[in-house]
Design a protein around this ligand. Structure first.
Ligand code: ZN
Ligand code: FE
Ligand code: FE
Ligand code: ZN
Length: 263
């Protein structure tokens, strides 16, 4: 089987906090040697609407990606997905039942606290870090058990500002990892963490090894919010996968998982 470079987590300006045209993202991906490039912009939601597309932009988003898919089909395969917030009471069938290649399930909220938003970083000082880590991974577990998603997004995002727990991280995450394995989902190696205070990929090496032991497949994501971020830290991500034991990664076409050797 041919080795492929996969990159399934990338945004567009529709989310209001990214820059660059779809064309620029795709050309950056081609320049970085990516073979399969997926857009997974923040899906619309009636909560936190500022940081995502609107429901009435879903057709435009589909059209933008479809146009690029056609225009670049000789050079790169382009896939269509969403990064969907797992947030109880705010998930919408228009998103969950959309015709996509894949859905990434991400937890960005504990209750109504957007814990990865630097605007609200002050709250960490008032929280028991072990408690919020467990609450975060309980949400990830529910996300996986919901059955709506193909890929678990940035598994340990709660480490973003480097507030680390005293308890063992693999133990805290074990319910979530079991649920991801039971759901037959993939886990992404997301390099956005390198651009954040924690300065490492999601997930950490220990969590990735625990995922490998459970037979959870991996995929890769730049989580690019600018064209310049496409393909950054690629070598680090591949080395991380290999040191955890992985030789294969996966991507999704029409919600079907396709394994390939890591490229
Ligand atoms: Zn974003
Ligand atoms: Fe995210
Ligand atoms: Fe993202
Ligand atoms: Zn993300």
């Amino acid at each position: 089987m041919k080795k492929l470079k996969i990159d399934l987590h990338n945004h567009t300006t529709l989310c209001n906090h990214a820059e660059g045209s779809v064309d620029e993202y795709v050309r950056a991906a081609i320049a970085a040697g990516i073979d399969v490039f997926g857009f997974s912009d923040h899906a619309p939601m009636d909560f936190d609407p500022k940081y995502r597309m609107k429901f009435d932009e879903m057709q435009l988003y589909r059209a933008m990606v479809a146009e690029a898919r056609e225009a670049y089909r000789q050079q790169i395969e382009i896939l269509f997905g969403y990064e969907v917030d797992y947030l109880e009471g705010h998930m919408d069938p228009r998103v969950l039942e959309a015709d996509v290649d894949y859905l990434i399930g991400s937890v960005h909220f504990i209750g109504d606290w957007g814990f990865d938003n630097p605007e609200f970083i002050g709250r960490y000082e008032h929280e028991d870090i072990d408690v919020i880590w467990q609450r975060y991974f309980d949400e990830v577990e529910k996300m996986a058990r919901s059955g709506h998603f193909d890929i678990a997004g940035h598994l340990d995002l709660i480490k973003v500002f480097k507030y680390l727990p005293k308890n063992d991280i693999v133990t805290i995450a074990s319910g979530a990892l079991d649920a991801i394995a039971d759901a037959g989902m993939a886990l992404e190696i997301n390099v956005a963490g390198y651009r954040k205070p924690v300065a490492e990929a999601y997930p950490s090496p220990a969590l990735l090894k625990a995922a490998f032991k459970r037979g959870i497949p991996v995929t890769f994501g730049s989580d690019a919010h600018t064209p310049e971020q496409v393909g950054l830290f690629r070598r680090e991500a591949e080395a991380l996968a290999e040191s955890a034991g992985y030789r294969e990664c996966v991507y999704f076409r029409n919600r079907e998982m396709i394994p390939v050797p890591i490229g």
